[in-house]
Design a binder for this molecule. Sequence first.
Ligand code: SF4
Length: 356
Amino acid sequence: MSQANQTASLGAIRHDWSAAEVKALFEQPFNDLLFQAQTVHRANFDPNAVQVSTLLSIKTGACPEDCKYCPQSNRYDTGLEQEKLMEVEKVLAEARAAKAQGSSRFCMGAAWRSPKKKDMPYVTAMVKGVKEMGLETCMTLGMLSAEQAAELAEAGLDYYNHNLDTSPEYYGEIITTRTYGDRLNTLANVRDAGIKVCSGGIVGMGESVSDRAGLLIQLANLPVHPESVPINMLVRVEGTPLAEEADLDAFDFIRTIAVARILMPKSHVRLSAGREEMNEQMHSLAYFAGANSIFYGEKLLTTPNPKANKDLQLFERLGIKPEQRCVEQDDDQQQAAVMAAVEKQQNDKFFYDATA
Ligand code: SF4
């Protein structure tokens, strides 16, 4: 496609992106790329709103898969404490607290290859209970069969997260226990069941720019764009094979966000893993490039969480408001809940840490 045609088609919903086109987007001058991404972003979203989700690990560690970045794999000794599937009531208590803090979506993650038959009654009870609170529900449980996806849909699950991680070409360097095709099958099962799709990947695993382009092309060329696209920055966990991976250039990460925004104009692009290594300037650049969703992190509700505190304060400084997604709370109520949380944290010496 010529430069002129490319500019004209900016912001169009397409499912036919070529490798050359996307590589060209990545390679243009940084300011041009950000300008295009921000233009697409403004045409589709309130540029000063960010969706806030809370993530809870409902079953931690002992995963049989071999994802090289993951401390939850049982193949790597990372010192992670394993936990069995949480009781339904405990999960619901965490969801209640997340809602009080202004979260509009509650995501529950289990480190499984795929859920077993005996697990399904528990996870569906969690979905029903969280949904009844007026929160959007999201789960990530590994691979799903068509039947399991239908069961979760029946329980009221709004979103299912299953990441593609990287390009098909680089995938074998990172995971060997499930194929790229397996992942695409799960995404198709989820979509066919009527559940919204959350799928993205990880940047900084030693992949090339072509691999980043390849990942985004896979996502954008799905029959329907994922509603949420998490772009993670590798967290180098000691004990995992990627612990010694080289530093990622922050601008390469921002470029990936910007290209994701351009390729999937109406999707929420989410910052999640790796945020603790991003400073405020990098966060604000990511928001400018089109990121409009964050995870608060799973420890927010049970332990002091300076990161959450910093997020809320940065929102205030940038004039960002949490996006309203919840059916039972109106905008003012949700805004009030978040602002009350900011005030509480600012006034509460136990939480407030000016050096954090
Ligand atoms: S499947 Fe998920 S939990 Fe298991 S090793 Fe891979 S990333 Fe970690």
